[in-house]
Design a protein around this ligand. Structure first.
Ligand code: FAD
Length: 373
């Protein structure tokens, strides 16, 4: 058996420290935690709207010497004393105040991060790794599709705030019910559809709403994240029914039902590979039965969906420093001018022929398929 001392040295990222400044209950199941990041920590946030950090949770009863040296922890301590990490979107970063905002889904007593956010008080410290990230709205896209559950709402909200002026976007967010809706501060021509889950499994209503919405054709940039099962279904629909090229997809499971983050992360690579294999196989068989990609049509200036209602939103100034044009701005949870929302009343799914009319260009490989965490 290999001892800790014999284990090969792994490159470990440097941990950064932050202190809780304030917390706020945005909705019954969403808590905002604002953290002051220590001046010594360099927070390279700004290139993406889905920047994320990994929060570090030591096992109960374990404390580490400070400053936290994760390489030393891994080298010197047995595995059961290593910390566990949880991945969270940087909802906003205020470089002047050095305040990082993170919005947590409070999903019950199970887990580490959700319960931590529900109980944490100002003055408590936490270590974190990161940030990483991989998506930002592309001004060249004809239109944008964003869809997710509550776990993806922080990233969706940050993206919506940073859509280029005049951009067309269709945004679908599944939440438990009307009490979980938040105001989104949007620029451009953005339609926000709030999908209420009710008693259905997470993602079922969202998949139905997106696939039955009658979306425009044209070069779409896609951001779909949340529970892994529905993400897989939407990815399949986007690739096979809509023919969206891989390089236009930012699609990944943020969490998976019945698995904690440790379990999900350790199986994620294999899950993703299996999804890709399955869907590319299906893509091949669709091609062999002779389904032809229709030429892309020009995107209409006004999106007229069959789900929810259309909202034209007047452009809002970015709330971030000019030096960091893509840094997510801090959106107040209460209503702001230029917000909109609607509730999905999905129509029945379209038939295969109608669905395939929307197929764009054929498949191609690209880096955006599984960018996160
Ligand atoms: C790049 C990235 C960004 C993310 N950003 C955010 C974010 O900004 N806000 C956010 O809340 N989450 C976000 N997530 C998801 C978050 O990392 C997971 O939900 C994580 O599992 C929560 O950790 P936990 O300790 O609370 O629960 P865990 O210990 O991981 O899980 C305990 C149990 O709770 C279940 N569970 C986990 N998450 C949820 C959920 N959202 N709803 C219902 N049940 C759940 C698990 O399946 C498990 O049964 C992000 C994930 C990634 C990869």
């Amino acid at each position: 058996m290999t001892t800790a001392a014999e284990r090969p040295e792994r490159r470990t990222p440097t941990a950064k420290h932050a202190t809780v400044v304030r917390t706020e209950r945005l909705t019954p199941h969403m808590v905002r935690v604002v953290l002051a990041v220590d001046p010594a920590a360099d927070l390279a946030v700004g290139a993406y709207t889905d920047h994320y950090v990994k929060l570090v949770f030591p096992p109960a009863g374990t404390t580490y010497p400070e400053p936290l040296d994760l390489a030393a922890v891994r080298r010197d301590l047995p595995r059961e004393q290593w910390p566990r990490t949880r991945t969270y979107t940087v909802r906003a970063w205020d470089p002047a105040a050095r305040e990082m905002t993170v919005d947590f889904v409070v999903h019950g007593d199970e887990g580490l991060a959700g319960p931590w956010a529900a109980r944490v008080r100002p003055g408590e410290g936490i270590w974190f790794l990161g940030p990483g990230g991989g998506y930002a709205p592309d001004p060249a896209a004809a239109w944008h599709l964003l869809a997710g559950d509550e776990s993806a709402l922080p990233a969706v909200a940050a993206a919506v705030e940073h859509l280029p002026p005049g951009a067309l976007a269709k945004v679908f967010v599944e939440v438990a019910g009307p009490q979980e809706e938040q105001k989104l501060d949007a620029s451009g021509e953005v339609e926000v559809v709030w999908v209420h889950r009710g008693d259905r499994p997470v993602g079922a209503a969202l998949v139905e709403a997106v696939t039955s919405a009658g979306l425009p054709d044209g070069d779409v940039q896609v951001f779909v994240h949340g529970e892994a099962h529905f993400v897989r279904e939407l990815r399949r629909w986007l690739r096979l029914d809509r023919g969206v090229p891989l390089e236009r997809l930012s699609v990944s499971g943020y969490w998976r039902r019945g698995s904690d983050e440790d379990g999900w992360q350790s199986s994620k690579r294999e899950w993703n590979a299996e999804v890709e294999r399955e869907q590319e196989r299906a893509e091949g068989s669709v091609r062999t039965v002779g389904v032809r990609a229709a030429p892309s049509r020009t995107v209409p200036r006004t999106v007229r969906p069959r789900v929810g209602r259309t909202c034209s939103v007047r452009p809002a100034p970015l709330r971030t420093a000019a030096s960091a044009p893509h840094s997510p701005g801090l959106t107040p949870p209460s209503g702001t001018p230029g917000t909109c929302g609607s509730t999905a009343t999905p129509r029945p799914p379209r038939g295969p022929a109608e669905r395939r009319r929307g197929r764009g260009p054929g498949p191609s490989r690209g880096p955006r398929s599984w960018p996160n965490g």
